[in-house]
Design a binder for this molecule. Structure first.
Ligand SMILES: Nc1ncnc2c1ncn2[C@@H]1O[C@H](COP(=O)(O)OP(=O)(O)OP(=O)(O)O)[C@@H](O)[C@H]1O
Ligand SMILES: [Mg+2]
Length: 497
């Protein structure tokens, strides 16, 4: 079969940093092709080179048997290649139909007047064809991230896409939305549309993909058929070594209660939330997206107000009204949304790592700059952050490496209570394990850890106890002893109160 896309010997550098070094990548019509590799391996860059966001330094790209050199993603779209980026391009104040046909609305003659009825009918037809349960008249901003992503897929299909490229499409989706996405992918495949799927989640890749191509440090390692390979082999290809157990074992004696929350309530958001965490303990927090997990954690961290309830640290009641006060009480919070809350993208790795620390040092009345450099270098080393220099702007780092900087930034303040919200989102297998080891090490030092996560294997692999949130209420607190995913999911969807 003639490949739809055939990239050969692709070469790309940023300054002296060689990011793609002779990469081959081929996509066949109607296949689901995973692109895998550790953080910073060059996956997103390869896609950007394909679609003309970046200019390549060398190599050839053949699409449909024709040599191409796109200068802009619009040119790639004309050939049927559409990318769905992790940051969705949805306009919240427009309807589903308006978003699907944005810039291509059917108009009455040349008047510029939009034929709403026709547009909504066409949108409905596309949605039906994809098996999507969406109302064309609904405002996009009212929909969940999963549904907004469906709009983007529908938009791509309505332009007659032949190849849909999804860069970490499930990172922000709930379990149910992921299932819906998989069935849409199946439908697309049956219609002969090729899909390039970038994800760090092994389970997903092995469920929906036909072939897997692996990059490591900008080199092309190989392409395997899913039927003829296994997780261990792919991990080995990605990291160039065996990594052993995914969830490192931990032996920690659990100590005194560090944090206790009683009857925390924000009317309409969460209600009567009570729990406690002890020194050395990891409390996993599970629940569907939108169940209020993040809001509860933000309230404890002083980042959003609450109506009622009490917070105790080391048995003493505390008043926390701002993140600054939370930090003064030894609480650190690593958020799921690193772009908005965790990092200053324009600033360097060094500056980001020292943000909270700087305040500490400044209140102490002095800044020791040579010491500070040592601290920064030790964190870059400890977390294995791939950056050509501590002075590189954080925005030039790959997604997973940005997340490691967020980690480093908060670890630098030596927290006693650590709240993690989706700590390994978008982080590769090797780096995930590094983060798990850091979590274990902190627990061993007596830090009390609260970890919100949508990845159930991670919740089960890392927690001592699991608190399940359903619609703003604590549905269950379960000992992690013979606990399984089904039990957590049942509670998360409102079962066994
Ligand atoms: N605009 C840029 N300027 C400088 N360096 C860049 C730029 N874009 C990417 N890089 C570098 O290229 C390398 C590959 O990054 P890329 O984003 O392609 O990785 P990735 O495989 O998509 O990783 P992740 O899984 O973390 O998303 C990284 O080391 C990154 O720092
Ligand atoms: Mg990427």
């Amino acid at each position: 079969m003639r490949p739809l896309i055939d990239m050969r010997s692709i070469q790309k550098s940023f300054g002296t940093n060689i990011v793609l070094n002779g990469v081959d990548f081929e996509v066949l019509p109607g296949e689901v092709h995973a692109l895998m590799g550790e953080n910073g391996a060059g996956k997103s860059t390869l896609i950007k080179v394909l679609t003309g966001i970046y200019d390549r330094d060398g190599g050839t790209i053949v699409v449909n048997g024709r040599d191409v050199h796109y200068r802009h993603p619009k040119e790639a779209e004309r050939d049927g290649i559409v990318v769905i980026h992790q940051e969705l391009n949805i306009i919240p104040t427009l309807t589903v139909a308006e978003n699907i046909f944005l810039g291509r609305e059917p108009k009455i003659g040349r008047t510029g007047v939009i034929r709403y009825k026709e547009m909504e009918q066409q949108a409905a037809a596309h949605l039906r064809r994809l098996g999507m349960d969406l109302n064309p008249r609904e405002l996009a901003g009212r929909l969940s991230v999963g549904k907004q992503q469906m709009i983007e897929i529908a938009r791509a299909i309505s332009t007659n896409a032949k190849c849909l490229i999804m860069d970490e499409p499930t990172a922000a989706l709930t379990e149910r939305e992921i299932q819906a996405l998989f069935s849409v992918i199946q439908t697309l495949k049956e219609q002969g549309i090729a899909i390039v799927y970038i994800s760090h989640r092994m389970e997903e890749i092995f469920t929906i993909c036909d072939r897997i191509s692996v990059l490591r440090d900008g080199q092309f390692i190989g392409t395997k058929r899913v039927k003829e390979t296994n997780v261990d082999e792919i991990v080995q290809m990605m990291v160039g070594r065996q990594i052993g157990e995914r969830f490192p074992k931990r032996r920690v004696t659990i100590g005194e209660e560090r944090l206790r929350v009683e009857r925390l309530t924000k009317i309409g958001v969460f209600e009567n939330v009570s729990f406690s965490v002890r020194a050395g303990e990891v409390l996993g927090v599970a629940g569907l997206m939108g169940s209020g997990r993040t809001e509860i954690m933000e309230a404890i961290f002083g980042a959003r107000p609450f109506d009622e309830g009490d917070i105790y640290i080391d048995g003493r009641p505390v008043r926390i009204r701002s993140p600054r006060q939370a930090v003064e009480h030894g609480i650190a919070m690593i958020t799921e949304d690193r772009k908005q809350k965790g990092l200053v993208l324009e600033m360097s790795v060094h500056e980001n790592l020292t943000l909270p620390k700087l305040e500490q040092l400044a209140t102490a009345g002095f800044i020791q700059s040579s010491k500070e450099r040592d601290v920064v270098l030790s964190f870059i080393h400890l977390l294995n952050i791939k950056t050509s220099s501590p002075d590189l702007a954080v925005k030039a780092l790959s997604g997973g490496n940005q997340q490691k900087v967020v980690f480093g930034k908060w670890l630098a303040m030596n927290p006693r209570i650590l709240i993690l919200d989706e700590p390994t989102r978008g982080v590769d297998v090797g780096a995930k394990k590094e983060i798990y080891e850091i979590i274990n090490e902190l627990a061993a030092q007596g830090v009390a850890i609260v970890m919100v996560s949508s990845e159930l294997p991670e919740v089960l692999g890392m927690s001592d106890r699991v608190m399940v949130i359903h619609e703003g209420n604590v549905q269950a607190v379960l000992e992690n002893d013979g606990l399984d995913q089904e039990t957590i999911m049942r509670a998360a969807t409102g079962g066994n109160r």
